[in-house]
Design a protein around this ligand. Sequence first.
Ligand code: NAD
Ligand code: GLY
Length: 367
Amino acid sequence: MRTLKVDLGERSYPIFIGADLLTDASRFLPYIAGRQVAIVTNETVAPLYLERLSQTLRERTMTAIVLPDGEAFKNWETLQLIFDGLLQARHDRRTTVIALGGGVIGDMAGFAAACYQRGVDFIQVPTTLLSQVDSSVGGKTGINHPLGKNMVGAFYQPKAVVIDTTTLATLPPRELAAGLAEVIKYGLICDEPFLAWLEQKMDRLLALDAEALTEAIERSCQAKARVVGADERESGLRAILNLGHTFGHAIETHMGYGVWLHGEAVAAGTVMALEMSTRLGWISPAERDRGIRLLQRAGLPVVPPGGMGPEHFLEHMAVDKKVLDGQLRLVLLNRPGEAVITADYPRDVLDATLRADYRALAAQLGE
Ligand code: NAD
Ligand code: GLY
């Protein structure tokens, strides 16, 4: 087992990464202050892993709150079901909420924990690759609004993150690829050697090789913990974690939540960020193509949805959380392994990026 730390003073917490951790009570009990726990999960994950975790926590009084599955349910109505479950079972302020599932469950359960009786403890138990490498770490919690992705939420850190890598065995291949989009992101924004490592190991990752997956998760969590430790509430640096997300969130909102997976939208959005960095002359076409090829090898979409024109992107990007004083800041690359957040770009370069022929670019690279 590997242990990392998110260093945030008195709100610091460990990330445990290893096989079969769902059955290891010592990873949970020291982080549960009271007698009650509420496991928040969904209809897909519950039959797979709820019993295993419940057994591990059998010394505590446990409530299971099983939500409908999907990004389309990351909303007020579903959030209310968590409060209903907590209140019906009389959970008090010393309760601990445990998020068992992917990023949708982690974001919603974390937000519920931040709000319930003005804040109760919570533990993240991420079961998708995407949530293990990204969403469970760093304390961003929240829900979607019909007009914008993740627009309602709170920064609220967990007490611990417990990553059981064996849960990945049941993950559908499309979800594995979606997680790889965020893994590749870390290489592009802050770790060129990791990018080179991913180029070597992509086939092993896709084959669910345990050693390669554990290393990818560890290196991703290290990068995320470093960035979050330096800028918890995104006053600057943390925004680099959003490479491809401004374009990607526009895709998710426009298509309807859940039609494109978050990681898929991030992949196509990353291609757009690479293209814009190239048009600005900050990276070379060969460096852009290196990123696109890696996303393609992971089985991710590298072309934005056919029906989306520049006007659709601009409409959704106008409500991005990186808009400050009316100016849209974008995460772009200075070079592979170094991202910048900037509003200092000519508007016509953004327009050209939104109009670019990504289908031709992908075809040229052998999609
Ligand atoms: P998800 O939570 O929808 O999970 C994907 C699918 O896999 C779901 O159907 C889920 O039920 C299923 N699943 C989960 N674990 C499984 C397992 N072990 N075996 C089989 N099926 C399993 O999606 P996701 O990709 O995990 O997360 C995406 C969400 O995370 C988005 O809402 C995104 O906005 C959010 N996110 C948040 C942050 C953050 O910092 N808070 C960062 C990145 C993404
Ligand atoms: N996924 C972006 C962040 O955590 O800041």
